[in-house]
Design a protein around this ligand. Sequence first.
Ligand SMILES: [Zn+2]
Ligand SMILES: [Zn+2]
Length: 138
Amino acid sequence: MDVRVCKRCKKMFQYITGPDICPKCKQNEEELFQIVKAYLRKNPGAAMNEVSEETEVSISIIENFLKQGRLEVSPNSPIALSCESCGSKILTGRFCSKCHSNLVGELSNTSKKMTDELSAKKIEKTEKMRFLRSDRIK
Ligand SMILES: [Zn+2]
Ligand SMILES: [Zn+2]
């Protein structure tokens, strides 16, 4: 059993999967998410502090939704979200599409390198096994 401390309420809970948030806080967050989403749909031009005041959801939580890519603001929304890599204005997530594809490219390069290393190790292992076997025959 995996017990962790909830990031939001600091209570212990039985961890299953996903972020370190207890089911109660997760449900709470889901409700807040729906409220913010509905508000933004009705008021696409609302500023961050306006959304926060009207929905009574703190700005940091709203920013979190945006960074997770769950929430998207309209192109003419005053809510400014900037790419964490180049700083250009984005509508959702943490990176602009250009930096995102760069990052994805880098990631797939690393994983390719890892599989290459893994298969190299595998070959090494089979070589060793063959050696052991021939040893036994003697
Ligand atoms: Zn909690
Ligand atoms: Zn960027």
